[in-house]
Ligand binder design. Sequence first.
Ligand code: NAI
Length: 469
Amino acid sequence: MASEISYDLIVIGAGPGGYVAAIRAAQLGMKVACVEKDRTLGVTCLNVGCIPSKALLESSELYAQAKDKLKDHGVQVQGLALDLKKCMERKDQVVAQLTGGVASLFKKNKIDHILGSGQLNADHSVTVRQNKEETILKAKHVLIATGSSPINIPDVTVDGKSIIDSTGALALSKVPQKMIVIGGGYIGLELGSVYQRWGSQVTVLEALDRIVPAMDLEVGKAFQRVLQKQGIEFQLSTKVKKATVKKDGTVEVAVEDASGKAATLSADVVLVAIGRKANTEGLGLDKAGVKTDERGRIQVNEKFETSLKGVYAIGDVIAGPMLAHKAMEEGVAIAENLAGQAGHVNYDAIPSVVYTWPEVASVGITEEQAKERKLEYKAFKFPFMAVGKAIAMGEKEGFVKLIADKKTDRLLGAHILGARASDMIAELVLALEFKASAEDIARTCHSHPTLSEGVKEAALGLGSGTIHL
Ligand code: NAI
């Protein structure tokens, strides 16, 4: 059935990229529809990604504090017990509140949520299928923001019970005694931390010789040591060949090390977290004439235009870091471009955060990248051990590492391992955005006592010298 309505913009996918683009486009006066097959908006980020994982990270960190840290503050805890059902219910409430919030924003901005799967046609109309019904929607512009989904390993079949992906890890009904995590990246370390805090014996198997490969190497190594001290075991340079669920529900994992030596490990639950792939299946891209790259991501130019005129793509479905805030920035930029404004995303200033405890937050280039690019750079590390607030909080682990151009002093990269690094990185993102020098940061007055004094001291360390070290 052909739709009567003609929209200015149809967005396919209501994840953080899609829903933000829809809202900004509507605010800029466009008539917008958002095609989404899930009833709840927000998709991966809000339903089975960033938000529920952060809710569980918070709950599990509080449990770990009650178990191990509160006694240092003179708080005696007796009869400590985990109510996993309650944690999961709380997480579901958090998700419901936020997805409901996006639905209200759609209503407020008069955006039509069209329930169903969208498929693109060559005339850039969109066919929406829901149950057996088919509707064709027409618009001046179509934006594909269909996100990504977990990559699977052949011979490791996710069954949602013994072998799970990130979605399964957000809904376990029991804390496993032994958990194997395949992949030492964002998801593996965050969700591995959750279950380690709740008492699981967690082993991370990582194919490469380092965890979180994109992270500054020095920071990554220090991060691994911190997690090891908490009880997480790591087997690096270890490739998983096969996982078999046995009759008793435990899983046997066949691995091979860098020299080709084989071994077998066993666990109650195996979490597969080896990365994500762009969701392009069923979109009809080939037929419509939208080109993809060798990794199946939609090719776009700097204006997010695909090879088909009037069709655009943003977020995890195009190249770049698979991060919700990168997709959101792109969502705003594309809406502004379509409204005739100059939407822009500065890809050199996209922060990334691992929400373990302590956290790791980074922006800009790593020291390895500075070397690869043959830049003349200087780097300085200031430890939280020398920050008054960190000592008062009992959070002395970690450091702030800054990298700046040797000649111009311009900030090139910032990496923080420490408590609340996710909040502290914001000033360094702003510094990069404003092309600040290390001296600019060092001369900025930072409240005392705060953890962010570590940032100021690291900047001082790149110039006239630190005060507290
Ligand atoms: P990831 O790309 O962060 O890490 C995957 C890890 O698995 C890599 O270290 C890789 O070397 C390793 N690996 C790949 N194949 C392997 C194999 N066969 N055996 C053992 N190790 C293997 O991917 P992850 O953790 O699945 O997360 C996916 C994406 O989701 C991330 O890249 C990130 O963009 C996003 N994300 C972001 C979060 C945040 O911002 N805090 C949290 C969770 C996810």
